[in-house]
Design a protein around this ligand. Structure first.
Ligand SMILES: C[S@@+](CC[C@H](N)C(=O)[O-])C[C@H]1O[C@@H](n2cnc3c(N)ncnc32)[C@H](O)[C@@H]1O
Length: 265
């Protein structure tokens, strides 16, 4: 472990959930203060590149559909979908994130139904939804991506779609630095060791799990879904906003986000 409290070590599903629930509860206020304006209270932004669902149309027409937002944070995407006529349910691991969803509801006159849940075990009946979506919610963090995808398949109706964005797997080989240091690979893309922050008691306090592109395809197929598309948003000219290790400099050279479109047969 380096002196900053960062490590690469195996962390199981229970320890990952416990760490990330605590981390997101503690970070939610700062996260919404920093990114809320960019996300917009009723906006659907897929990624730090700023790809907007209004332009990308990865979900198609959602009017009249039952839609599940996975790892919704403050529910910005869910509210955008509801504004377009979808019946939306949303969930997140972090209670504090969901309190921000309520705060936005009270401020905007909207009413997004949310529930606190872990994406690896969903509190919804099978075949409840026509569409499930996620903008960086749950899937980059969870220890068992296959369990999340299997749960998503379970709650979808036949023909239902799952569209989700995650950090692009290629990023894993590079330092998470928006500057020039972030352009030189310093670790193996094939090293699946999770990124772990450790608290003063030696316990994980934040965890991200890495999957290669091949791993993602394998999990999608094993979950019984069909992969229909992979979108790799390019960094748009004139977009200067940095988000953590995402920046215009890196965006010119490296993919930052992968968006998978899947269907339940
Ligand atoms: C980067 S935010 C994405 C949310 C929203 N789309 C946004 O852009 O702000 C990641 C969210 O995933 C949630 N999350 C992490 N692990 C989760 C899990 N296992 N189940 C459900 N939500 C989870 C976090 O609490 C957090 O709100």
């Amino acid at each position: 472990m380096d002196p900053s409290g960062v490590d690469r070590r195996p962390v199981d599903a229970a320890a990952t959930s416990r760490a990330n629930r605590g981390w997101w509860d503690g970070a939610a206020d700062g996260y919404q203060a920093e990114h809320g304006e960019f996300l917009r209270d009723r906006g659907f932004v897929w990624c730090p590149e700023g790809l907007d669902e209004a332009d990308a149309r990865l979900l198609g027409d959602v009017a009249g559909l039952d839609v599940l937002e996975i790892g919704c944070g403050a529910g910005q995407c869910g509210r955008w979908l509801a504004d377009r006529g979808a019946r939306v349910a949303a969930f997140d691991l972090s209670f504090r994130q969901l309190q921000h969803s309520r705060r936005i509801d009270l401020g905007t006159g909207s009413s997004l139904p949310v529930v606190q849940a872990d994406a690896e075990s969903l509190p919804f009946a099978g075949g409840s939804f026509d569409l499930a979506c996620s903008a960086f919610g749950a899937l980059p963090f969870t220890a068992d991506a296959r369990a999340v995808l299997t749960e998503a398949r379970r709650v979808l109706r036949p023909g239902g779609r799952l569209v989700f964005s995650v950090s692009h797997p290629v990023r894993w080989a590079f330092p998470d630095d928006p500057g020039p240091r972030g352009l030189t690979a310093d670790r193996s893309y094939f090293d699946r060791s999770p990124y772990v922050e450790i608290d003063d008691d030696g316990r994980p306090s934040y965890v991200e799990h890495h999957r290669t592109l091949g791993d993602w395809v394998g999990h999608i197929v094993a979950a019984g879904l069909v992969l229909r598309g992979l979108t790799e948003p390019e960094w748009p000219g004139g977009h200067e906003r940095e988000w953590g290790g995402w920046s215009p400099l890196r965006g010119r050279h490296l993919p930052g986000t992968a968006i998978f479109t899947c269907v339940r047969p």
